[in-house]
Design a protein. Structure first.
Length: 262
């Protein structure tokens, strides 16, 4: 019978683990070809990124985050939208939140990942950190994680190659109800781990109403840009101010909206 591996085992490594302790200027999806395509198709929107160099610096665990320590921090979970893909690190919403609150950032986001990944990273790293609050930004719907002890792969449920001749996937897994239930069970699992340690947990209960002025683009032309990240940071800061008392994090007002699948 397999036991849960130690946090430094393969089971808990992000997809960017091989880049640990390095800095690169491009990262999958945010690559030179994608930027050239952005420039060719939407030059007015892409022009702001011309001649800009973005640095992706990965810590010793392979995350685009400061090193993990036992100092008080905010722990972030999510996908490329939380990793800050195609943005300078100081432009991403998680870093803006930490700067505003004066807390260290522990960013465990993994590009292209799913709610399953968020739970896996929480299980692996929570015991190493000292978060005042855990924040999960919901990845795009239709993702789940296929996992072995020596590797992991996130799949998009909408991929025709995945579901074309697979009756189980086509008729059961690829449904709004399954997608929502997968989100809910991972949220509840992370919430349980957080509550065992009396750590507040904040997760998406819906998307903020972005304004036209906030809808800009990152360097790859696919992810949202600095204005949008500022908008989302303000949305999270507003929720923190009303739902969680960071000066006494044990006093938590967990949202009570009913988001069960229908």
């Amino acid at each position: 019978m397999n036991t849960i591996p130690r946090p430094d085992d393969l089971y808990y490594r992000p997809l960017s683990y091989d880049l640990r302790n390095t800095t690169v200027n491009w990262y999958p999806m945010d690559n030179l070809h994608q930027f050239q395509k952005f420039m060719a198709e939407r030059p007015e929107e892409a022009e702001v990124w011309r001649d800009q160099t973005i640095e992706y610096t990965f810590n010793s665990d392979g995350f685009r985050s400061p090193e993990f320590t036992d100092e008080p921090c905010i722990m972030f979970l999510g996908c490329s939208n939380t990793m800050g893909l195609a943005l300078h690190v100081e432009q991403r919403w998680s870093t803006l939140v930490c700067k505003e609150l004066g807390l260290r950032e522990a960013n465990l986001a993994v590009a292209g990942s799913s709610p399953d990944t968020a739970f896996r990273m929480t299980l692996g790293y929570l015991q190493q950190l000292n978060p005042r609050v855990i924040i999960l930004r919901r990845p795009p719907d239709g993702r789940f994680e296929s996992l072995r002890f020596d590797s992991s792969k996130n799949c998009r449920l909408a991929d025709p190659k995945l579901i074309k001749n697979n009756l189980l996937m086509r008729d059961w897994v690829v449904s709004d109800q399954w997608i929502e239930m997968n989100w809910q069970r991972n949220v509840r699992a992370i919430q349980q781990l957080a509550q065992e340690r009396s750590i507040p947990f904040l997760w998406d209960l819906g998307r903020p109403d972005f304004t036209r002025e906030s809808l800009d683009w990152a360097r790859d032309g696919c992810h949202r840009g600095p204005k949008n990240n500022r908008f989302y940071a303000d949305y999270i800061l507003a929720r923190l101010s009303t739902e969680i008392n960071l000066s006494n994090p044990n006093e938590v007002a967990f949202p009570q909206e009913d988001h069960r699948p229908r």
